[in-house]
Design a protein around this ligand. Sequence first.
Ligand code: HPA
Length: 251
Amino acid sequence: MSDMGRLAIIGGSGFATLRGLEVLDQQRPATPYGPPSAPVTRGRLGDAEVFFLPRHGADHSLPPHRIDYRANIRALQACGAERIVGLAAVGGIGGAFGPRVLAVPNQIIDYTYGRAQSFHDGDPGEVRHIDFTHPYCEDLRRALLGAAGDADLEVADGGTYGVTQGPRLETAAEVLRMERDGCDLVGMTGMPEAALARELGLRYACLAFVVNRAAGKGSGDIRMEEIQANIAASSARVERVLTALAGARPS
Ligand code: HPA
């Protein structure tokens, strides 16, 4: 295991399980917020031990706005995770982010609302603010990019992930606005996950894979079959990056 600390992976759409994960056991840590989306699996990925949690639940029944992000992050911390990679199936806004591109974003714009987004919500008492200038852990981002290199895979370094409320996809006008705002990628689950990890002092980065051109950016409407096909076409490469990351020695 790397000296950067024990690794946890949060699976998104297409990743209710990790194919290459050899399961050791499952843990159900209690949290003040209730149970996480699913039991936390401890397993072996390559030679390394990792934790795995599917954020939409084991049967993919939780939509993005109903996920208890606080319970998930707290549960991973309780298991002993010190760094977390959140997987994200996303739409591509910029021309460089076509279907099947892998990306390690470096910025976030949060368009979500009504989600429990802090462990410090004034209940009880204490008001705390975190620095979030750079929302992702740069060391973990670099480690992901290095792992992709080790696995001989191309990954885009950086990009702004715009997080929408869902579960519907966006209108073309909404995507144009996001583009003007500077978003490169659009997904529904990047927040408050990243901020909650920062609040607990856990290293967090995102490995995104583009599964469609965002609304109005492709030819015609977005087809769910296209999204499914692109998830299927990306999953082996995503797993290769994760396996290389889990086994990587710190540089
Ligand atoms: N928008 C929001 N979330 C998504 C998309 C999208 O186009 N594709 C995959 N997740």
